[in-house]
Ligand binder design. Structure first.
Ligand code: GAP
Length: 442
């Protein structure tokens, strides 16, 4: 049985595991890498897809929320109306000595350069975080478009399309997963803050006056989501935004914070955005974005409660939370590193391991794997069985199935459980049912 656990206290350990085991690679690494950009490897993309899937199911397997996939490029007026052209900026200073740039509100001492300690700093200036590009062949100001800095606006400008086509009655929500871009001054901490990232956002349209009630409802729904997907609840907490912290659109806001190895930080935001966005789009576009309440015959612009989570950031938190080192007590190679993912999130569900490289055992392992191909699996025949268990532990595979010489006679395999390391003999013809049940009732 496992003895004492050590959790992750250093991000570098995870960064190295991610590269070694195919979760995350530096972008454009052969050219020396591109700062703050990361690529998901074969296991990383499975993990991230699973994160998206559990979020999507949690949000859209409800009567009151429907999905959307809006385009990244939008009419530039969108960002004028949303306040991003004028208000989405961070205060930036440049060190005259070492030329490094810093976000003033994040500096240890706003009078001294964080890199070289010099006090020769430029005056702070506001730096807009939106990426600009040009639509069409001519690079002129009339052709400027922005890469969206949040997915939310695609939802607001489609509010009426969705409400009418789906005949939705307030309160209802629209959920979306997609890329967002911000030209962050200080990206860092691996995939925590990057310039290109994915968001999982939901905008919930409510009657003005009921916004506080729905804010409370979504705070509860979103917090309990994390426990359902296996997070340790002692690593999560709420942080309410003070007056100076509120985004330009928010009346009230709570962050769900996670205890990363580099400290407590925002994982998801829950915002009361009032009628700020719809009202501004109605004003600038000249198109009515009101809702007509059949029951009361009232017309109004809905208020919006938003839940906004970063997909990359959640994937990072999932890995940090799942990581542990322990003394295995399983013989050779005694220390083991485990990513104890919830089975819904684990990139690989089952590994098939023939005890030795005897053709009979290998053939049977391949056949069994092929019969159970609906589970994402790996096949591994190299190195000792202990080493192969360690490899699967390190990528978070809940079950290893070992095919040994006895299997040829009794038609049973050994199923080894990742967390308890308990081993059970299971009939091959019962294996599908066994794994299905165990994954469901983990
Ligand atoms: N629509 C509201 C909105 O975008 P936000 O608090 O700016 O609110 C929401 O962002 C979430 O998006 C954050 O909680 C975080 O998880 C993620 N996020 C924001 N900026 C990010 C970045 N530069 N890199 C990775 N994730 C980011």
């Amino acid at each position: 049985m496992a003895s004492q656990h050590k959790t992750l206290d250093d991000l570098a350990t995870l960064v190295s595991l991610c590269k070694r085991r195919g979760f995350v690679f530096q972008s454009s690494e052969v050219y020396g890498g591109l700062n703050s950009c990361w690529d998901y490897g074969p296991l990383g993309v499975e993990l991230k897809n699973n994160v998206k899937r559990v979020w999507w199911d949690a949000m859209t397997l409800r009567d009151d929320v429907v999905g959307l996939d809006a385009s990244i490029l939008m009419a530039p007026q969108v960002w004028k109306a949303s306040g991003h052209v004028d208000g989405f900026s961070d205060p930036l200073v440049e060190c005259k000595k070492c030329k490094s740039r810093h976000r003033v509100d994040k500096m240890k001492d706003p009078k001294k350069c964080d890199t070289c300690g010099s006090s020769e700093l430029s005056e702070p200036r506001n730096f807009n975080l939106m990426f600009k590009t040009f639509m069409g062949p001519v690079e002129e100001s009339a052709a400027v478009v922005y890469l969206r800095p949040e997915t939310a606006q695609g939802i607001y400008v489609n509010f009426e399309n969705v409400q009418i086509s789906m005949r939705k009655k307030i309160p209802f929500g629209i959920a979306q997963i997609g890329k967002a871009f911000r030209n962050e001054i200080t990206p860092g901490n691996f995939t925590f803050r990057t310039r290109e990232f994915e968001q999982m956002e939901m905008q919930y349209f409510v009657k003005p006056g009921s916004d506080d009630e729905f804010m409370n409802m979504w705070k509860e729904v979103r917090f309990s989501f994390y426990s359902k997907v296996g997070f340790k609840m002692e690593n999560l907490r709420f942080h309410q935004h003070g007056k100076g912290e509120l985004a330009h659109y928010a009346k009230d806001a709570y962050d769900i914070e996670y205890k990363f190895p580099f400290g407590w930080n925002e994982l998801e935001g829950i915002h009361n955005r009032t009628d700020f966005d719809l009202k501004n789009h109605q004003q600038l576009s000249g198109k009515k974005l009101e809702y007509f309440d059949e029951a009361t015959k009232e017309k109004f612009i809905p208020f919006v409660v938003e839940t906004s989570a970063g997909c990359d950031r959640m994937t990072l938190a999932v890995m940090c939370d799942a990581y542990r080192e322990e003394l295995a007590g399983e013989g050779e190679d005694d220390k083991r590193v485990v990513l104890g993912f919830h089975p819904d999130l684990a990139p690989i569900k089952v590994a098939f391991l023939p005890l030795s490289k005897k053709p009979d055992l290998m053939d049977l392992s391949h056949k069994l794997r092929s019969d159970l191909r609906h589970f994402k699996s790996q096949y591994d025949e190299s190195a000792s069985i202990g080493k192969r268990y360690r490899r699967q532990d390190e990528i978070g595979t809940p079950f290893c199935v070992t095919i040994d010489f006895e299997t040829l006679n009794d038609k049973k395999v050994t199923v080894r459980h990742r967390d308890t390391m308990v081993q059970e003999r299971v009939s091959m013809d019962q294996l599908n049912l066994y794994i299905t049940e165990k994954l469901k009732n983990f």
